[in-house]
Design a protein around this ligand. Structure first.
Ligand code: SAH
Length: 224
């Protein structure tokens, strides 16, 4: 994947190179060590995934609104989740639930072979598609649907990343996980924990990683 040079430079005028480097340093300080993840984050122009009015804040380590009551995930969380997903080795097919702005999708697409991304809010999905096309990311396919049901057609997946929190891990997602596969998902209602689930045959090993705050995983798909 090559991020178009012009795009990247354009953003550097809006947010200094120094600000971007500081984000990378901060991720490292917070314990992110996977070099492929850090490199993907270095070269991905996050300001293109937020509204122009917020572009100057795009390299702060914080979640930002993207409309429709949703947020672009905090960079640290994106890095952490991607790193957890990659923990088992190289990944071919990865499903993402909750495309949102498409930023997490862009990072994933640079470190795995293929991404299958599901989003329930159609306009968000359309915008994410356009940005990914602009920055020349091509190994992603999109589905407008309720991600509680996964995307059975292309499963099983080597890994699944969920960017919105259910009260409990949806059964269908577990079903669509390959043997040895890894699912990274925030789970909980008032208190949420980032959770890593590893499939071993018919057993699912759950591990709580750290407390997090995500928007809820909702039911049904909507057009506007
Ligand atoms: N990683 C995204 C996070 C977006 S917020 C980013 O960085 O931009 C979570 C996203 O999950 C929202 O876009 C929301 O619409 C979506 N979502 C919530 N419930 C869903 C469901 N059941 N199926 C698919 N997407 C869902």
């Amino acid at each position: 994947m090559v991020v178009r040079e012009g795009m990247d430079r354009q953003g550097i005028g809006m947010t200094s190179q120094r600000t971007r480097e500081r984000l990378l340093e901060r991720l490292f300080e917070e314990g992110v060590r996977n070099l492929r993840v850090l490199e993907a984050m270095r070269r991905t122009p996050r300001h293109l995934f937020v509204d122009e009015a917020l572009a100057h804040r795009a390299y702060e380590d914080t979640a930002l609104p993207i409309g429709h009551n949703q947020t672009i995930s905090q960079p640290y969380i994106v890095a952490r989740m991607t790193e957890l997903l990659l923990g088992g080795g190289p990944l071919d097919k990865v499903m993402e639930v909750g495309t949102g702005s498409g930023y997490q999708t862009a990072i994933l697409a640079q470190v795995v072979e293929r991404v299958f991304s599901v989003e329930r809010i159609h306009p968000l999905q359309e915008r994410a598609k356009a940005v990914l096309k602009d920055i020349n990311i091509r190994n992603v396919v999109f589905r407008h649907a309720d991600g509680n049901w996964g995307w059975p057609q292309y499963g099983p997946y080597d890994a699944i990343l969920v960017a919105a929190a259910p009260a409990e891990v949806p059964k269908e997602l577990l079903n669509q996980l390959a043997d040895g596969g890894r699912l990274v998902i925030p789970v909980g209602d008032k208190e949420q924990f980032l959770t890593l689930v590893i499939r071993e045959g018919d057993n699912f090993i759950h591990q709580q990683v750290e407390p997090v705050r995500f928007v809820p995983l909702l039911a049904g798909a909507i057009r506007s």
